[in-house]
Ligand binder design. Structure first.
Ligand SMILES: C[S@@+](CC[C@H](N)C(=O)[O-])C[C@H]1O[C@@H](n2cnc3c(N)ncnc32)[C@H](O)[C@@H]1O
Length: 271
């Protein structure tokens, strides 16, 4: 029992290892319910990073370095330490979870998260009900059994391996976004679902640098249509779009879209 009557010592004080074992068992038996608590997700993700030695990080092989923005690895290594953020992955994954075609098949869908950075994004997918065994991450930098070290421009997966692919704020690190999109479409099964989130800013790279920001040298998206165009002509049905409202165009924000690709039969008969 974790809860105790008033004036009784909580189990954690007198029996720490029992509590740790209880947490481990709860995580194994009820991963989604347990990880629905944001505090648990950030705590677990942060504890894991804090426990890592320097040799725990694997770097993915890169076939064509010109497809990567300069300093892609060092820039993202810096982002690994410090506060683990749950906010961004959640604002894309929650709408994904609410789409009927996804919600009805949650337990069997195979999901790839491209560029999760930390395990927090993986935990967010688990909290939404995806099966841990069906989730893979792919990142240039990995320290996790869930995340394969690799490059989104040459993904280490067979064709049609996944039902759902999440690209959370990762396309900005590509100098060849068409190639990254083509890889997504290759490893996604026909009729699969793609969820993309990207940063929006109305500032130019020069203006951002003047503010001392680390700036990725990739084209900046201004609308979700520009994101969707990368995946044409495979985009079949658009479930969700978040564009920047005219009244907010001066502020930084997020562009997000979730869509389904054409099923085989429609693609083959030109429909
Ligand atoms: C800004 S973080 C996004 C983290 C998280 N998805 C989010 O929404 O907050 C971008 C991640 O993409 C990864 N990344 C950058 N270029 C990549 C590439 N070519 N292939 C795979 N991952 C890449 C980085 O290592 C980093 O972990």
């Amino acid at each position: 029992m974790i809860l105790t009557a008033p004036n009784k010592s909580p189990v954690v004080e007198k029996d720490g290892p029992v509590l740790v074992e209880l947490v481990r068992q709860l995580l194994q038996r009820y991963p989604d319910e347990f990880l629905q608590i944001p505090f648990i997700r950030t705590t677990l993700a942060t504890m894991k990073i804090d426990s890592l030695g320097d040799d725990a990080f694997q770097l993915g092989d890169v076939d064509d370095p010109s497809a990567l923005i300069e300093n892609a690895v060092s820039y993202n290594m810096k982002g690994l330490v410090g506060k683990v953020s749950l906010f961004r992955p959640s604002i894309l994954i929650m709408p994904l979870r609410s789409i009927d075609a996804v919600a009805e098949n949650l337990k069997k869908l195979k999901v790839l998260s491209v560029g999760p950075r930390t395990e927090a994004e993986i935990y967010t997918l688990v909290a939404c009900g995806f099966e841990p065994d069906n989730i893979r991450g792919l990142d240039l930098i990995s320290y996790s059994d869930f995340v394969d070290a690799g490059d989104m421009h040459a993904m280490p997966y067979e064709d049609d391996s996944f039902d759902v692919i999440v690209l959370g704020w990762v396309l900005a690190y590509s100098n060849d976004q068409k190639k990254a999109a083509a890889e997504v479409l290759r490893v996604l099964r026909p009729g699969g679902v793609v969820a993309v989130g990207c940063e929006y800013t109305n500032l130019s790279n020069e203006e951002l640098r003047a503010q001392d920001a680390d700036v990725a040298e990739a084209p900046k998206f201004k609308t979700t249509q520009q994101i969707l165009t990368l995946f044409e002509p495979a985009v079949d049905e658009i479930y969700f779009r978040h564009d920047i409202a005219p009244s907010r165009r001066e502020k930084p924000g997020s562009l997000m879209t979730i869509f389904r690709t054409a099923p085989d039969d429609r693609a083959s008969d030109g429909g």
